[in-house]
Design a protein around this ligand. Structure first.
Ligand code: NAD
Ligand code: SF4
Length: 442
């Protein structure tokens, strides 16, 4: 059994409420941090832990915190990005719904380390029932003296506010989120300046994902050196993976980052194998923005080594033969799934969610969608495949925010690994329209 640091107490009845959380060791890390470690001590421990941002980018958290500007007399803010909208990703929802105090405690410790007296949780609008759970946890924590003025007599003040989004994927991009939090349309800003220098209300701001902030709690409890032992290389600690698609046991799993992809898919502890005894065809291991991998490259790297559930191993080989751990949205496809149809579904999504600020993204996502729709609907030409390749290349790297890249990469990977499936769609248009197919045409 893999060891757990975040979900180890998730099964305890009533853990959602303060008394149960507290009687099971909750707020011990906050007590330790505030009373005996000091802000610098917390920062050092987080740096030592090697914790990387769990929203998708995997940026080192301690480094991000150390970038925060500290001009005299200017407030600093901590923003929790709970706008979890990446298709295939639903791990933060699980944390907030079942162990909200873990997030509140993580926010408290992190705000203390950053010197922020106001923290915001920006939560996606579709998670309509969760703000009430968070508000209740905040009220309980405040009632017990963990929030408000002079917390535990340490002189540190903190208020946490919950803000609901209105259903736009782009508001998960940190600068769009900040714009939205300020009451404006959620359009991404050009970086630099990074939020650490000019963020909310143009003040120094750290934006961290829900799981990242929750992970600070066990790091303080067990120490950075111990945390490292739960992973390998630059993938330290545990990671929440939301597994979905054609598997026997979809759900949210906490893994130590030292297991193989094969073990994750086939062991009964996790996904329990492919549904209905079918064959594995492909997988998108880190949410819809990352490249799809065919089964052979998913289980083994191009060097023939076992592919591991780590940042490094999933990216091994770059985009030619690798992908990314991303947000941990693990989408498994069996032999009956159609890559063209899947690619179209994602292209439709990114086109719909583009904020429209930059032309390559605004026009390119719509163009890719139309070309894919033609291929899927039996009206494609062979030249459309090269056209698609050309469009995605012109989007990648030419936009204000990563949504452009996120729209381009899935198309590029689908063509790179499954070009013959696109060709088959074009040469067998009638058949492609009328039957489900996967590996059969190979
Ligand atoms: P990024 O690599 O641009 O930035 C990572 C973080 O590091 C940001 O907070 C950024 O401000 C900070 N940073 C980087 N360089 C810095 C510097 N020099 N100074 C100060 N701060 C610096 O990536 P991103 O835009 O934060 O995230 C993109 C990822 O988000 C994608 O890879 C995708 O997987 C993921 N994503 C996740 C979801 C979800 O629902 N979880 C949704 C959409 C996208
Ligand atoms: Fe908007 Fe797309 Fe440009 Fe991002 S890349 S700013 S979503 S148009």
């Amino acid at each position: 059994m893999g060891r757990k640091l975040l979900l180890d107490k998730a099964h305890i009845e009533g853990i959602r409420y303060y008394d149960t959380y507290r009687s099971n060791g909750g707020y011990a890390a906050a007590e330790k941090a505030l009373k005996s470690m000091g802000p610098e001590g917390v920062l050092e421990e987080v740096k030592k832990s090697g914790l990387r941002g769990r929203g998708g980018a995997g940026f080192p958290t301690g480094l991000k915190w150390s970038f925060i500007a500290k001009p005299e007399g200017v407030p600093r803010y901590l923003v929790c990005n709970a706008d979890e909208s990446e298709p295939g990703t639903f791990k933060d929802r699980y944390l907030m719904e079942f162990i909200p105090h873990l997030l509140i405690e993580g926010l408290l410790i992190s705000s203390f380390a950053l010197g922020a007296n106001s923290a915001y949780i920006y939560i996606r609008g579709e998670y309509a029932w969760i703000p009430d759970i968070l508000e209740q946890a905040i009220a309980e924590a405040k009632n017990k003296g963990w929030l408000g003025k002079n917390i535990m007599g340490t002189g540190f003040d903190l208020e946490i506010y919950v803000q609901r989004g209105a259903g736009a994927y782009i508001c998960g991009e940190e600068t769009a989120l900040i714009e939205s939090l300020e009451g404006k349309r959620g359009n991404p800003r050009i970086k630099p300046p990074f939020p650490a220098v000019k963020g909310l209300w143009m003040c120094p701001t750290v934006v961290n994902n829900v799981e990242t902030l929750a992970a600070v709690v066990p790091i303080i409890n067990i120490g950075g050196d111990e945390y490292i032992k739960y992973g390998t290389g630059k993938s330290t600690g545990t990671k929440l993976i939301s597994a979905c698609g054609n598997i026997n046991k979809p759900g949210v799993y906490e893994i130590e980052m030292n297991i193989s992809v094969e073990e994750f898919i086939y062991s009964d502890e996790y996904c329990g194998g492919i549904k209905n005894g079918k064959r594995l065809k492909a997988c998108i291991p880190g949410g819809s923005s990352v490249p799809v991998l065919p089964a052979n490259l998913l289980l083994k790297t191009a060097k023939g080594e076992a592919r591991m559930m780590t940042y490094e191993s999933l990216a091994d080989g770059g985009f030619a033969t690798g992908s990314m751990l991303g947000s941990g949205g693990f989408i498994v496809m069996d032999e009956d799934q159609c890559i063209v149809r899947n690619t179209l579904t994602f292209a439709r999504f990114y086109h719909h969610e583009s904020c429209g600020q930059c032309s390559p993204c605004r026009e390119g996502t719509g163009w890719m969608k139309k070309v894919l729709q033609n291929i899927e609907n039996g009206k494609g030409k062979m030249s459309d495949i090269d056209l698609l390749w050309d469009i995605q290349r012109k989007i990648e790297g030419n936009t204000i925010c990563p949504l452009g890249d996120a729209a381009a990469w899935p198309v590029a990977a689908a063509i790179r690994h499954f070009r013959d499936e696109f060709e088959w769609h074009i040469t067998h248009s009638d058949e492609a329209l009328t039957r489900n197919f996967g590996l059969a045409h190979y």
